[in-house]
Design a protein around this ligand. Structure first.
Ligand code: SF4
Ligand code: SF4
Length: 306
């Protein structure tokens, strides 16, 4: 049976069109030369993924900043969705771009992890973008940072999204690297929106734990450097080296804790496979993955759309 690996790609891009107060990439601009470097790195990765036939691939773009406003990421996604050995492409995005480029994608192989930033875009506009994804049959999750000042907005978004769209909530990082301490009442309120919210409120002790990263999940940098995950600095090799082969086994986690969905979800001890199934990268739990029926109602600002 052909082996399957998931690759989390993060090139040098580190800029964004949004200005979120909680983000180091807010309104960060890059020079033409820096953007060209990112483009060249991405195109090299696409060439590699296109030619690689030894494994089935799932690819997850996890940029620093926003990638899908850049034409070269749109082109990469278009191309990769047409490769039979690539099961799916997942991208983290703020959904701030126009959608015609999606016409050239095999949309059943595309999934989006969409984050709503209420200081940067109106609820109406964000929901309209979600509605367009739904119309096109593109699987997606929607998420927000659970800052106390946004609780009412979180609840409004939940009310207006289709029940079959998962709205995930990330525990707020208060800026000192620690997660905000929610009161029991706040936890109850947020769990009513996201039944899996509690999972994200913890930093899991991971030192010495078995983790699927390094054997079925890998992090890839723009220069081809391979690591087991985005959070462990040790290099495993270079994707573009002649003799590169994905390892079949991995050592225990060397870090003390793991607190991010894209990391801890690969810890077998947390037993999250039954929760997310094949939607682990795009963060769509099995309980929501039957979404996208064309006839489902979708409400925006009180109006109902078929
Ligand atoms: S949209 Fe994302 S990358 Fe851009 S500023 Fe906001 S949090 Fe940062
Ligand atoms: S537990 Fe987290 S930090 Fe440790 S190897 Fe796995 S993904 Fe990386």
């Amino acid at each position: 049976m052909t082996r399957h690996v998931s690759l989390l790609y993060r090139g040098p891009l580190s800029s964004c069109n949004y200005d979120c107060s909680y983000c180091p990439f807010a309104k960060r601009h890059e020079t033409a030369a820096q953007l060209q470097q990112d483009r060249a790195a991405l195109e090299r990765f696409v060439d590699w993924a296109t030619a690689h036939r030894e494994s089935q691939l799932s690819l997850f773009f996890t940029p620093w900043g926003e990638a899908l406003t850049r034409r070269w990421y749109q082109t990469a996604v278009q191309q990769l969705t047409h490769r039979a050995h690539i099961r799916k492409i997942v991208v983290q995005t703020n959904l701030s771009w126009a959608t015609p480029w999606l016409n050239e994608c095999r949309t059943e192989r595309l999934a989006l992890w969409c984050t709503y930033h209420p200081s940067e875009v109106s609820r109406h506009a964000f929901l309209a973008a979600c509605r367009e994804l739904r119309r096109r049959g593109i699987r997606h999750s929607v998420g927000m940072v659970a800052r106390p000042e946004d609780f009412a907005e979180i609840e409004s978004l939940r009310r207006l999204l289709p029940a079959s769209t998962y709205l995930w909530l990330n525990a707020w990082d208060t800026g000192d690297g620690r997660k905000y301490e929610y009161s029991p009442q706040q936890r109850d309120r947020l769990t009513a929106v996201d039944p899996y919210f509690e999972i994200n409120t913890r930093d899991y002790p991971s030192a010495g734990q078995d983790c699927q990263t390094g054997r079925s999940v890998f992090s890839i940098n723009g220069d081809g450097r391979v690591r087991r995950c985005h959070f462990v600095s040790e290099d495993l090799g270079n994707l573009y080296a002649e003799d590169w082969r994905f390892p079949v086994d991995s050592a225990a986690c060397p870090n003390s804790t793991c607190g991010c969905h894209i990391g801890y979800v690969h810890l077998p001890v947390l037993n999250l496979q039954p929760v997310f199934g094949s939607g682990v990268l795009e963060r769509i739990p099995l309980a929501y993955s039957d979404h996208l029926p064309a006839s489902a109602d979708f409400q925006v600002s009180g109006k109902t759309y078929g």
